[in-house]
Design a protein around this ligand. Structure first.
Ligand code: UD1
Length: 417
């Protein structure tokens, strides 16, 4: 299994270009199932979750004509298999995004339940409730969610909790339902609005995406998708924090500062200089970090996917900060690893109290999930001596060329087999 070795203490300078957003391309790939004809997706990030999703749609009968570099061309006209098997779904929870499109297009879906994962139970009951509201009959059979629907019918539905992929799943299904669907308490993430825009370009009639109320007028068919994936705001935030922690001067290119407001605000409060322009951000560390409290929330709040990285930054602040996680019930797995590197953190319920230390020390550490693994690499950038991060397959799920991008900025980082 690969490991990443980071030698701490090298300043970061220069430019880094952000890839397309993993959390936008996965739903768009699922949305191609709703369409007939050849779809073309550009600015696709080279990450393992994308490979998994492409394999999954292929398994469902989609013809993949091109999957190389940052471009995918595929055709779901002949899609005929409603079964998303365990071996693919178990490696990536977002596979459940095919549930709504399969029901809408084939009238049947049999998708393996994703099961637990490192950051909590993460059930898909809210996806199921929304699809049932549209008229699908859903049963759980031998570890699979088995849904059937003669014809989905528009409905008024309120999500009990804000769910990003749940909102996307039900919104996608409703595009081909009969009549009007109104979704309340919908997720407002930029990736939800992006998906709605992409679907509208293919003939869907979706209004209000980006607010908590989405109205969808069902249509009978959708034309192929042609789009360019928006930049990954989580990857961008990770490099912004890397620059801040390594006291660097880094320009983060191809990003949308408007999608990262809470992170930019919190970095500034911590004493980091952040200059924004339309499509880029320049981050300069100022040698001293002030402690800042954060609470994760659904968009437009502080993203849970940046919590681990921000906590790493706070381990070196002058004073005490409190990090409260409200989105997932078990998302402090990285704390034990950061403590092994000398961080002073205690957890009580959903809040971690971080008391800044003078320095972190390199150590062998283990990645536990995607963002936790990024936070360990960030810690390694400034730790004394070498940090060896194992289980880096987590990083490969969601960060394209992380070692390469950091090396280009001046980090001493390498991967060993
Ligand atoms: C998406 C993102 C993930 C991010 C998360 C929160 C993708 C592919 N993944 O995940 O990177 O961390 O949003 O911003 O876009 N819940 C239920 N029942 C459900 C669905 C969710 O109880 O049916 C709970 C979850 O356990 C969690 C909360 O709702 O506590 C929010 O989860 P959700 O927004 O659904 O996360 P994902 O869409 O899986």
């Amino acid at each position: 299994m690969d490991k990443i070795i980071v030698e701490g203490g090298h300043p970061l300078n220069g430019q880094v270009t952000i890839s397309g957003a993993k959390n936008a391309v996965l739903p768009v790939l699922a949305a191609t199932l709703l369409t007939q004809g050849k779809s073309e997706i550009q600015a696709v990030p080279g990450v393992r979750d994308v490979t998994t999703m492409v394999r999954l749609v292929q398994e469902l009968g989609v013809k993949v004509d091109h999957f190389e570099g940052d471009r995918v061309v595929l055709d779901a006209t002949g899609m005929n298999n409603p079964i998303a098997p365990y071996d693919l779904v178990s490696t990536m929870r977002a596979s459940c995004l095919v549930l709504g499109p399969l029901l809408a297009r084939l009238g049947e879906a049999k998708v393996s339940l994703p099961g637990g994962c490192a950051i909590g139970a993460r059930p898909i009951d809210l996806h199921i409730k929304g699809l049932e509201a549209l008229g699908a009959k859903i049963q759980l059979e031998e570890g699979y969610v088995h849904g059937t629907a003669k014809k989905l019918k528009g409905v008024r539905h309120t999500f009990d909790l804000v769910t990003v992929t749940g909102t996307m799943n039900v919104m996608m299904a409703a595009t081909l339902a009969e009549g009007e669907t109104v979704l309340s308490n919908a997720a407002r993430e930029p990736e939800v609005s992006f998906l709605a825009d992409v679907l509208n370009q293919s003939g869907a009639k979706i209004k209000g995406a980006g607010t908590d109320k989405i109205v969808i007028h069902g249509v009978t068919s959708l034309t192929p998708i042609e789009c360019q994936i928006l930049p990954d705001r989580i990857e961008a935030a990770t490099y912004m924090i890397a620059a801040a922690i390594a006291n660097g001067n880094v320009e983060v290119l191809n990003c949308t500062p408007g999608h990262m407001k809470p992170i930019i605000d919190k970095l500034r409060q911590a004493g980091v200089t952040v200059d924004t322009s339309e499509n880029s951000v320049r981050v300069k560390g100022n040698g001293q970090l002030s402690p800042v409290d954060i609470t994760t929330e659904p968009y437009p709040g502080f993203a849970t996917d940046v919590q681990a990285q921000f906590m790493t930054l706070m381990t070196l602040a002058k004073g005490q900060s409190r990090i409260t996680e409200t989105v997932f019930e078990n998302r402090f797995m990285h704390v034990a690893e950061l403590k092994r590197m000398g961080a002073d953190i205690s957890i009580e319920g959903h809040t971690a109290t971080v008391r800044g230390v003078e320095y972190l020390s390199g150590a062998p550490v283990m990645a536990t999930d995607l963002r936790a693994s990024a936070c360990l690499v960030l810690a390694g950038l400034v730790a004394e001596r070498d940090t060896v991060v194992s289980r880096v397959y987590h990083i490969d799920r969601g960060y394209q060329d992380m070692e390469k991008k950091l090396s280009q900025l001046g980090a001493a980082i390498r991967r060993v087999k």
